[in-house]
Design a protein around this ligand. Sequence first.
Ligand SMILES: CC(C)(COP(=O)(O)OP(=O)(O)OC[C@H]1O[C@@H](n2cnc3c(N)ncnc32)[C@H](O)[C@@H]1OP(=O)(O)O)[C@@H](O)C(=O)NCCC(=O)NCCS
Length: 164
Amino acid sequence: MQSAKSLSDKLREPTIEDGSAMWRVARDSERLDLNTPYAYLLWARDFAATSVVAEVDGVVGGFVSGYIRPDAPGTLMVWQVAVDEACRGRGLAGRMLDELAERTGAHALETTITADNPESIALFSSFARRRGAEHTVADLFTADVFPDGGEHEPELLHRISPLH
Ligand SMILES: CC(C)(COP(=O)(O)OP(=O)(O)OC[C@H]1O[C@@H](n2cnc3c(N)ncnc32)[C@H](O)[C@@H]1OP(=O)(O)O)[C@@H](O)C(=O)NCCC(=O)NCCS
């Protein structure tokens, strides 16, 4: 069997045809809030310029979905990031973030992370270090604003800037 390290990969903007694969990667992560397939199709159409998919040997094995905040045009908000388990640990997620930072020219990156997700915190901390940027963490969506009666973990806002 081929090892994960020897697979070839390519980063590119998603197309509508990638929407269902993005949904599958999100579902298989068993970590992300899974949105409807429609949401990923819509994202792949309308926010392709601020999103990226990683093709590993021709198959989508990871994605980052993001948008530029309408109220803060220099800020890239990363909504979801996931990499298939078989493709983890070889820098794919970090490279997808680098690709988006370069492609969008954003001066700040924001994302929200729950405190129980160390691999995601490690990913964004590493990105901030690579950019020599400041990395701050603050409350954003506290448990009480979610509809499930406080069962959702609080989402902390991670802000990384300046990116260049
Ligand atoms: C988080 C996730 C996207 C990371 O993908 P990945 O391709 O394995 O990440 P990378 O290989 O690019 O690693 C980036 C950095 O994070 C670190 N990291 C990644 N996984 C880690 C883990 N499980 N434990 C500790 N550090 C970890 C790496 O060491 C690397 O740091 P470095 O650059 O200082 O060496 C992946 O684990 C995943 O899909 N998890 C499930 C979905 C999820 O939690 N998404 C984030 C929600 S906001």
